[in-house]
Design a protein around this ligand. Structure first.
Ligand code: ATP
Ligand code: MG
Length: 477
């Protein structure tokens, strides 16, 4: 694709020289070409916000007065993904890598009748019209990259119809226009407000917050998958505690995760949990989830004690939560089903809930039990959940450190060695397949894991001593 004008690779932000990402270079080339063809075109939305914050944007979206068909005709490699909403993906090769940029035609949205998406959109020549249909002022700014290149003045290159710069500087997430109307239109924006406020450490501006509070119950109009994805992003962006405090504060938590809302005021025995109730304990775990943490570990941390409210009991000696693990697994399974997690993610999340109390026994476990424990898929997630669970309560890491050292020390082939005795060996030795086979194989494997047997013969003679009755009448023994 011939370049309209060369795109410099460096630019300035707040006196800092920044290296352009290939994504920025790609988006800039698109803007240049659209300008050369006589259209209005800008960087729009999140990327402008991030540049002003001095953060490297993940992707660069372009907004333009060119109609989708025109964008499709102008660029050689395009995909009309959201043609209905005027979105065209433009692909280009930059520095040997493929860059895909979202190019959206300026538009205004028609009525919203499903609480999520406009029934129809109207393409527009006005950048301002396009901005006022966006969600928050901090997401409503445009930037002309040509002006930025020519002047190196970021502020001068910004087009701000909505007061986004002031809100960005003050740390406000504020709905564009009438908040009541904006949340009435699209209920997903409520979760987005929380996510952006948590991510940037911003406050949700009070009128905007009131709008969310008034529409919180309407979040049910958003698909469970979208709700799950927003919550997962909140849990894995490094500010999960703040996000969940905000969800609670604006009244969304009891709508999307009533099971977690029940954590409030559920007292715990102070000798094990000096920090306070189950809600506080869970917030302390969320606080320890770093940016980029796996989603299964994050959800496991959120849900590990989900069985506590239902099993709370003031026993004579102390507060107890008998059976909270089993009950917790059932509740977590229901949540994973409702939020449509994949089977694989569900299995791992439930496994984290199910096994989180087993570290209590880790020093007393037989070798064979310990090795089987270490076989849990993605065991380091179990270990990490236990670590942050301890740090969020009594702070004692003795059992964690013991488990971690043993896990490191035992080689994988010792955790799951090639079996010395197999079903085939039992048949060859004259045993008849039957219900006892499984027990026999488990016994042989345990003995192997304990280091009591080193060979198949030793295994078979052990079984002969313990299970001689299992040989059938037609055995040739
Ligand atoms: P992120 O860094 O999380 O990607 P973003 O601001 O880029 O944040 P996107 O979901 O990628 O968010 O959306 C791009 C832009 O589209 C937003 O900045 C905003 O201007 C607009 N937008 C996205 N979703 C909505 C919505 N539900 N309602 C109104 N405008 C929206
Ligand atoms: Mg984005």
């Amino acid at each position: 694709m011939p370049r309209i004008s060369p795109v410099p690779n460096l630019f300035m932000i707040k006196d800092r020289v920044m290296q352009k990402s290939t994504a920025q270079v790609g988006a800039e080339a698109i803007v240049n070409k659209l300008h050369a063809e006589g259209y209005d075109a800008y960087f729009a939305g999140g990327c402008v916000r991030d540049m002003l914050l001095g953060r490297a944007p993940e992707d660069f979206d372009v907004a333009t007065s060119a109609r989708p068909q025109c964008v499709l005709d102008l660029f050689p490699r395009t995909f009309a993904v959201g043609a209905h909403f005027g979105v065209v993906l433009v692909a280009d090769e930059i520095d040997g890598g493929e860059i895909v940029t979202e190019v959206a035609t300026f538009r205004s949205d028609g009525a919203y009748s499903d609480g999520r998406r406009p029934d129809e959109v109207r393409f527009s020549d006005s950048a301002e019209e396009d901005v006022v249909r966006r969600d928050f002022t901090i997401n409503g700014m445009l930037l002309d990259p040509q002006v930025l290149n020519e002047t190196d003045d970021l502020a001068g290159a910004i087009v701000d119809f909505v007061g986004g710069r002031a809100d960005l500087a003050a740390g406000f997430v504020r709905a564009i226009g009438d908040s009541e109307k904006r949340f009435e239109e699209d209920k997903l924006r409520m979760l987005r407000a929380v996510r952006f406020a948590a991510r940037f450490g911003f406050v949700i501006e009070p009128v905007t917050e009131a709008g969310i509070r008034n529409h919180a119950a309407g979040i049910a109009q958003v698909s469970c998958e979208r709700i799950r994805d927003e919550l997962t992003r909140m849990l894995t962006e490094g500010h999960a505690r703040r996000a969940f405090e905000l969800l609670d504060q604006v009244g969304l938590l009891k709508q999307v995760l009533p099971e977690i809302d029940r954590f409030h005021g559920v007292e715990q025995p102070p000798q094990y949990h000096p920090e306070g109730d189950v809600w506080i304990h869970t917030l302390l775990l969320l606080e320890k989830l770093p940016k980029g943490v796996s989603q299964t570990l994050a959800w496991g941390a959120l849900l590990h004690d989900v069985g506590k409210p239902a099993t709370f009991e003031r026993a004579p000696d102390r507060i107890r939560f008998n059976g909270h693990v089993e009950v917790g697994v059932r509740i977590a399974a229901e949540i994973c089903r409702r939020l449509r997690f994949s089977n694989e993610d569900t299995a791992q999340i439930l496994s984290l809930v199910e096994n989180h109390m087993r570290f209590g026994d880790v020093e007393r476990m037989k070798e064979s039990t310990l090795k089987r424990f270490f076989r849990l898929p993605r065991f380091p997630e179990h270990l990490e959940l236990h670590r942050i669970d301890c740090l969020s309560s009594h702070g004692d890491l003795t059992l964690h450190d013991y488990a971690g050292q043993r896990y490191q020390a035992i080689p994988e082939e010792a955790v799951k060695p090639k079996l010395l005795v197999t079903g085939k060996d039992l048949i060859a030795a004259g045993y008849k397949p039957g219900p006892e086979f499984k027990q026999m194989l488990t016994l042989a494997e345990d003995a192997q894991l304990e280091g009591h047997i080193q060979t198949k013969e030793q295994g078979l003679s052990l079984l002969l001593r313990r299970f001689h009755g299992a040989k059938g009448a037609n055995s040739n023994d």
